[in-house]
Ligand binder design. Sequence first.
Ligand SMILES: CCCCCCCCCC(=O)SCCNC(=O)CCNC(=O)[C@H](O)C(C)(C)COP(=O)(O)OP(=O)(O)OC[C@H]1O[C@@H](n2cnc3c(N)ncnc32)[C@H](O)[C@@H]1OP(=O)(O)O
Length: 141
Amino acid sequence: MGYATCFVCGQENDKGLHIHFHKDGENGVRASFLAEPWHEGWPGIQHGGVTSAILDEATAYVTFFMGVVAVTAQLQVEFQDPIRVGERVEIEAHPTKVTRRIVEVDASIRGTDGALKARSHAKMMILSQQQKEEMGLANLP
Ligand SMILES: CCCCCCCCCC(=O)SCCNC(=O)CCNC(=O)[C@H](O)C(C)(C)COP(=O)(O)OP(=O)(O)OC[C@H]1O[C@@H](n2cnc3c(N)ncnc32)[C@H](O)[C@@H]1OP(=O)(O)O
């Protein structure tokens, strides 16, 4: 599922996060992740850019499972509590509004105890055929 070379989900990306996202209910997605030492910014704490990339990817998977090709136009992230190296977290995302061109998505990352670590609100722009061609994405489903 997804794309083999993707930084977040690609199983063939040696430098990637290798997160497996799966469908949850009709429109939601879920995944799990373990922060490793090479994901840290401040000592012992997962880098906020890694956290943002995970939220962005969960958001993108919502549109992927909807069967449209979309890119992130806006991603607003709240970092609520540090994600510690060695800590497992649970990721969730679901759509909140769907229009002809834009899918709005809420995503969150929680500890295994359910405590909120980070959350995001994003606007995904559905690409026209011309935009897909210009971005080299015309052959995607
Ligand atoms: C699932 C498997 C794995 C898949 C890979 C995971 C990927 C993860 C997701 C990503 O990270 S994608 C990469 C990061 N995103 C980008 O690189 C997108 C870069 N931005 C663009 O390509 C264009 O800005 C975009 C396609 C989003 C919009 O260009 P358009 O030419 O379609 O917009 P247009 O100029 O026609 O404007 C249409 C409306 O949208 C508005 N708009 C455009 N860009 C916007 C923006 N960025 N934010 C908010 N609004 C925006 C614009 O003001 C306007 O509003 P109005 O209709 O009210 O006039």
